[in-house]
Design a protein. Structure first.
Length: 241
């Protein structure tokens, strides 16, 4: 950690947690064991981000496309979500972590919804790391939802078409009030966004890690942040010095 420049830490880190199934298959284990190992990796990353002073961590926990997976696997993922919130809430709360969620939460199983609502309410007054869980989330559906919101405001007279700008549109997204990610990490070596934060990642620095998600730990996160700090962020412009 002493190799990281604290004044240049990313405010917001987003992670596509990929490779649980492949991790299990390599070990001749059921895919469910890979998902359980992935939860342990998440625990480590949340703890490290909190220790470093990262402001926001958004993790792609369950996409809108994940419903197409076998029913048993979807059931395991929902059970793990519920278990994680039940088991970790007290420690997260004690460590000043704020739990939030983005996506179609109303379509999750009722028990998962209850645990999520309880966790969000319990940690709402905390001031530390914001752990933002992307659940039943898809970037395209988020953008369509934002378009509908803006259209309703225009039709009702609350908003003038000419006044719509990027800031106005961003405020209609699930992530309103949060800074766009500075760093996006994807594990398992895949070079895809997979419908994740399509609007918000416009100028995000992307680091792809070969490790499968269950093998991701503190050192891997630190290395990704070091890579980020070596990048020259120009946001479409050029440096004249």
């Amino acid at each position: 950690m002493d190799q990281i420049a604290p004044e240049r830490l990313p405010r917001h880190i987003a992670i596509i947690m990929d490779g649980n199934g492949r991790w299990a298959q390599k070990r001749a284990l059921p895919r469910s064991m890979g998902h359980r190992a992935g939860v342990e990796a998440l625990r480590k990353v949340v703890k490290t981000c909190s220790t470093l002073g990262i402001k926001v961590l958004t993790v792609y926990a369950f996409s809108t496309e994940n419903w197409s997976r076998p029913k048993d696997e979807v059931g395991v993922l929902m059970t793990l979500l519920t278990e994680y919130l039940k088991k970790e809430l007290q420690e997260l709360h004690q460590n000043n972590v704020v739990i939030r969620a983005i996506g179609g939460i109303v379509d999750l199983p009722r028990e998962a919804q209850r645990e999520l609502e309880n966790s969000i309410k319990r940690t709402s007054n905390n001031t530390g790391l914001i752990l933002n869980l992307a659940l039943n989330y898809g970037g395209r559906s988020e953008i369509i939802n934002a378009v509908r919101t803006v259209c309703k405001d225009v039709l009702s007279g609350k908003q003038q078409i000419e006044a719509i700008d990027e800031e106005q549109f961003s405020n209609a997204l699930f992530t309103r009030g949060l800074p766009d990610p500075d760093l996006m990490i994807r594990t398992s070596g895949e070079m895809r966004l997979s419908n994740f934060l399509l609007w918000q990642l416009a100028y995000t620095e992307i680091v792809v890690i070969e490790d499968l998600w269950p093998d991701f730990g503190e050192k891997t996160l630190i290395d990704a942040i070091k890579t980020y700090q070596k990048r020259d962020r120009r946001f479409g412009g050029i440096h004249t010095d």
